[in-house]
Design a protein around this ligand. Sequence first.
Ligand SMILES: [Cu+2]
Length: 208
Amino acid sequence: MTGGPDVFAGEERNESRAAHTSRRDVFGIFSITLAILATAFAAAAFWVSSTAQDHAEHASQQADRVAEAATRNEAAHGAAGKPASPATSTAVAVGAITFDEQDFTITASSQTARAGDVAITIHNAGPSSHELLGFRTDLDDATLPLDAGRNVNEDSAMMTKVLDTGTDLAPGTQRTMHVNLGPGHYVFACNLPGHFRLGMHLSITVVS
Ligand SMILES: [Cu+2]
């Protein structure tokens, strides 16, 4: 039985090598799987972080825009959120008055004017379209007679129309009209539906 042990030993070695080889294969597959998983995780982590960064950047840009708009709005309308009225001059306007209309107020460069030809410039600061009507009347500007639709009754016998833009002024536009005004009390208003009730009226006194 010579060679028997050798054969046995050889078989043992072979077995051992086979076991070793198979362990190495398992280890190799395990390593590759691990590497693939690690790569997948890294890619997912990168995607999540870059998406989060995009979101954060987007949110921050949006916040900036909102803050900027709020600042602009505040600058345009005053800190209290009310439309800021340009300081109305107490000087008597001679020959020209500028009316500023916006949602939903009317202001004028002066509320007292010298009788005679007056160049009336109407500026619409928006954001809606507006018109301007002028009436000679003893009524206070807030108490003009209303029609069934609760807009100013332009045909009321209690007042006489002296100015009418006729067509609406688009936001951001202005128009100059000439009118000859005698001494007296006048009311200027926007009579687009609801605008008078919302506050678009102003009294002007014309002196000789
Ligand atoms: Cu209006």
